[in-house]
Design a protein around this ligand. Structure first.
Ligand code: B16
Ligand code: MG
Length: 216
């Protein structure tokens, strides 16, 4: 029986995935190459340092550890400039409704994000207080598809892994949920997220109760 919901952040609660893409693209362009949306899909849910390694490999660029760290810091500054301008209007459709349903059903909820910027984002959009626990890039050492972030989320809620349902927009995130023994709803098409237990374009007009019954 599902007793807790583990939310990914980027691409599920807010579309910061587009800000990550824009900042990574700016970095790649400054290094003399480009990345496209298809490649960007492979970065979703992947930690900042693993992302930069993949991007530099894609561009055939070799740099020292210090240079890579400097670039990642610069990218994060560009990203935070965009986060700073975020408002509650950027909460994705249906998210506030599903959070209301979680509370009505007496379920618990935790964040399960790879992002080190999640506290800044959740405070900016006013959803921090809704979470019973926050597990993010500051509390894990392994990137999705490793299940660490969701295992810690279940622990933080005092639940068994199989009592938690993950909501994700990334292929790697759904792999992580499955590796933790959890089912996962994919926010995105079956084409992009063929591994999800259910695909939704958003929670708009959806009943969490019906979803839980369908997944049982
Ligand atoms: P940051 P999620 C992930 O968040 C993003 O999908 C990924 O693109 C990003 O590189 C990663 O967080 C790290 O983010 O640079 O803010 O620490 O989708 O797991 O919520
Ligand atoms: Mg995501």
């Amino acid at each position: 029986m599902i007793k807790g919901i583990l939310f990914d952040l980027d691409g599920v609660i807010v579309d910061t995935a587009v800000y990550h893409y824009s900042a990574w693209r700016r970095m790649a362009n400054e290094l003399g190459f480009d990345i496209d949306e298809e490649f960007n899909e492979t970065l979703k849910g992947i930690s900042r340092m693993d992302s930069i390694d993949r991007i530099l490999e894609k561009g055939g660029v070799t740099l020292s550890k210090e240079e890579i760290l400097k670039l990642a810091t610069k990218k994060n500054e560009w990203y935070l400039e965009m986060v700073e301008k975020m408002t509650t209007d950027e909460i994705l459709p249906g998210i506030e409704t599903v959070i209301g349903q979680i509370k009505d059903l007496g379920l618990k909820m935790s964040l399960g994000s790879a992002s080190k910027n999640s506290p800044a984002i959740l405070n900016k959009i006013g959803l921090m207080d809704k979470f019973d626990a926050i597990v993010d890039g500051n509390s894990v050492t392994k990137s999705k598809p490793d299940p660490e972030v969701f295992i810690k989320g279940a622990e933080a809620l005092g639940l068994k892994n199989e009592e938690c349902l993950v909501i994700e927009d990334a292929f790697a995130g759904i792999e992580a949920a499955h590796a933790a023994g959890m089912k996962a709803i994919g926010i995105g098409s079956k084409e992009n997220l063929p591994n999800a237990d259910m695909n939704l374009s958003s929670f708009e007009g959806e009943s969490l109760n019906d979803i839980l019954k369908a997944l049982a």
